[in-house]
Ligand binder design. Structure first.
Ligand code: UDP
Ligand code: MG
Length: 326
């Protein structure tokens, strides 16, 4: 292993946790994270001013109150800090906001993880070790998908297959549980797009990477904050923000349809010459609907892109930080 610049000082670690309506899990998550950070400090692996940054995504329950209590309670010795978005902007945006806040506050390394304890806190040790060994980005990769429902497993697999075919590099079986150092965060901060898909952007940054394997647990308490609709919109964002292949497929389909139309033309002319009667009512009806449907679908795909161009062209802020704890 190469002797890298990372060795000379204990890094300041920020664990960034997006929280949306997580009042049920926060007490346990914060307890475990505090214990983990203390043990890493005692082992002299990370600096004493390392912290847990809880990023509230406009929760409607007591999540933000809990975060403020954790921050204010002197028994935690200032290990907890937080930011709160003015509105629910979604997992990717709040995670980005949290990472940028950590970077501004001078972290050397960040680890992002879900609030629901599905990501294995003990894997943080190995992530930090990999960083000390020279990696700038360390992916948490899950060993198996046994804790997922059959449906989620199949759809996730299909999605990553499609992504790969369209040329987007992702790390299979990894989500947003990863370590990034300040260098990588600095690079990430340059990405100004509205439709964020971090799982595609981070691998495209480059840098030294490593992988750490872990077993993904069940959600500790509460229910998933990722209903099917949010999952679908993440998938569409993932594809459209990295690839124009769907647009090209529309063009290809157009070419195929024109070719079919030419064949039909030839057929029609031949039938006309040989005086066959007009008996093609069924085929006519079918083709009208089929071509109409194909056109609508193609327009829809083009529309997805046009809509995104429109959103990007406004250069709106991705999120507004309403409150920040020290
Ligand atoms: N989350 C968020 N904003 C949202 C939805 C989810 O910050 O709009 C957070 C949530 O609090 C959790 C993480 O994203 O920390 C992953 O969500 P969840 O565990 O519900 O997703 P699942 O594991 O079911 O895919
Ligand atoms: Mg979860």
């Amino acid at each position: 292993m190469s002797q890298h610049e990372h060795m000379h000082q204990r890094p300041i670690l920020y664990v960034v946790v997006p929280c949306y309506n997580e009042e049920e899990v926060l007490p346990e998550t914060s307890r475990r994270l505090e214990a983990k950070l203390r043990s890493l400090m005692d082992a002299d692996k990370i600096a004493r001013d390392s912290r847990v940054l809880l990023a509230n995504d406009g929760s409607r329950d007591r999540t933000w109150e809990l975060i403020c209590e954790l921050h204010d309670d002197p028994s935690h010795d200032g290990i907890f800090t937080g930011i709160s978005l003015a509105h629910n902007r979604g997992h990717q945006n709040v995670l980005f906001a949290g990472l940028m806040a950590a970077l501004e506050r001078g972290c050397d390394i960040s680890v992002s993880m879900d609030a629901d304890l599905q990501d294995d806190i003990d894997a943080i040790d190995q992530m930090v070790d990999a960083y000390l060994g020279g990696a700038d980005i360390v992916y948490g990769v899950r060993n198996d998908r046994q804790t997922d429902s059959r449906f989620k497993r199949c759809t996730a697999e299909a999605f990553y297959n499609v992504m790969r075919r369209m040329g987007t590099e992702t790390v299979p079986n990894s989500a947003d549980f990863r370590l990034m150092d300040a260098r990588a965060l600095e690079a990430l901060s340059l990405y100004g797009e509205t439709n964020l898909f971090l799982r595609g952007i981070v691998p495209s940054l480059g840098f030294e990477t490593a992988e750490v394997y872990y077993r993904r647990a069940e959600r500790f308490a509460g229910e998933s904050k990722y209903p099917l609709s949010k999952m679908l919109s993440l998938a569409v964002d993932g594809i459209t923000s990295f690839s124009v292949t769907p647009l090209r497929m529309v063009t290809l389909a157009g070419i195929v349809f024109v070719a079919i139309a030419l064949l039909v033309l030839v057929y029609a002319l031949v039938s006309l010459l040989f005086g066959t009667t007009v008996s093609g009512w069924t085929s006519l009806l079918i083709s009208i609907w089929f071509v109409g449907g194909a056109l609508m679908l193609s327009l829809g795909i083009v529309g997805e892109y046009v809509g995104r161009i429109y959103m990007e062209s406004k250069h709106r802020p991705r999120y507004i930080v309403a409150e920040e704890l020290s």
